[in-house]
Design a binder for this molecule. Structure first.
Ligand SMILES: NC(=O)c1ccc[n+]([C@@H]2O[C@H](COP(=O)([O-])OP(=O)(O)OC[C@H]3O[C@@H](n4cnc5c(N)ncnc54)[C@H](OP(=O)(O)O)[C@@H]3O)[C@@H](O)[C@H]2O)c1
Length: 312
């Protein structure tokens, strides 16, 4: 059933594309935003600074919100779950251990079948590398949530919160399922470092550095030179990739997932659907953020795009 996994990610990408198109359609007809369904829709797609209403929001909607700083929980779950998968996969590939039976059942159901003998080892190694990159990314994000970012009292919808937790479990499990099921009769994995592993890792490091720099720029908007938090307001960020787009940290996130597709050797269709999901998910968030800046600041730089430099 490997095609089912790819189809699930494709469906999720399509859902976020539909949300983006629906939002654009609503934005062109502002009058329709006042009904309950539209208010609920906007409440569901927005979070943090782009969430509207504040005190005027219906109390039943307010009851469905949790603090945005709980983003931290996503990365704790990801470090634990994906760390567990990484450890067990490493033990299976290099120490001859077997995966836990319940992981084997899941893996058997969703992973690809026998690969050509000569490519199976490189595919196994690619999957191990991508799982490591995903784990490191979660680790970086957790550290940023705890030590870099300055959160305000922004909120996220409980549905977004549960979705975020489920996402990090699903994404690591998807990487695991890219390990071919063929048995090597207990033989150790022969490590083959290929050119696309190097390109993928270099791109991952480059994108992660920029993502971190952009998050530092956002945090510094709220701090004095000595590092003291002065305000929790939202202001216009400048510097690094902010000169080109409103949400360079979302663009960097997309590049990080593309770097993983490269590490897989470009041909992993399931992972390209994951990339597509990240594209539409982050595009929606970036468009809302861009609109927020344009509405709030009359002096907002006109040349800045929302998400992808020079494009949109
Ligand atoms: N892979 C995925 O599916 C996925 C999904 C979501 C996010 N992410 C990643 O997670 C990272 C964080 O995302 P996010 O949506 O939380 O980013 P964000 O809304 O820009 O917030 C990042 C931090 O900067 C603060 N901030 C934002 N704009 C500011 C401004 N104009 N002035 C001062 N402070 C500001 C926020 O405070 P507040 O508390 O006020 O918001 C928060 O502490 C991103 O790199 C994103 O790519 C990934």
């Amino acid at each position: 059933m490997p095609a089912l996994l790819a189809a699930a990610w494709a469906l999720l990408s399509a859902a976020f594309l539909a949300l983006l198109l629906l939002h654009r359609a609503q934005a062109r007809r502002p009058g329709v935003r006042t009904d309950v369904a539209s208010a609920f829709f906007q409440d569901l797609i927005r979070y943090g600074k782009t969430k509207r209403g504040g005190g005027q929001q219906a109390s039943w909607l307010r009851r469905l919100q949790v603090p945005k700083r709980w983003f931290t929980h996503f990365y704790v779950v990801s470090i634990l779950w994906n760390g567990f998968l990484l450890l067990r996969l490493f033990q299976a590939e290099f120490l001859g251990a077997s995966l836990p039976p319940w992981v084997q059942i899941f893996h058997g159901a969703f992973s690809t079948d026998l690969q050509k003998e000569n490519t199976a080892d490189s595919e196994r190694f690619s999957a191990l590398l991508v799982l490591l990159l995903l784990w490191l990314h979660s680790f970086q994000r957790l550290a940023e949530c705890l030590y870099t970012s300055v959160f305000s009292n922004g909120v996220i919808h409980i549905v977004q919160y549960c979705f975020g937790i489920g996402y990090y479990i699903a994404v690591g499990s998807t990487v695991l399922c890219q390990v071919p099921t063929n048995v090597r009769n207990g033989e150790e994995l022969s490590v083959q470092i290929l050119w696309y592993h190097i390109v993928g890792i270099v791109m991952y490091i480059w994108a992660s550095l920029h993502q971190h720099r952009c998050l530092v720029i956002l945090a510094n908007l709220r701090k004095s030179k000595s590092g003291k938090v002065l305000s929790l307001n939202h202001s216009i960020p400048f510097g690094d990739w902010f000169e080109r787009v409103s949400c360079p940290h979302y663009f960097a996130e997309l590049l990080i997932y593309i770097s993983m597709a490269i590490t897989f050797g470009f041909h992993n269709v399931t992972w390209w659907f994951v990339v597509m999901y990240v594209f539409f998910n982050q595009a929606l968030a970036a468009v809302l953020c861009h609109e927020f800046y344009q509405e709030k600041f009359t002096s907002y730089p006109k040349h800045r795009k929302a998400f992808v430099p020079f494009i949109f």
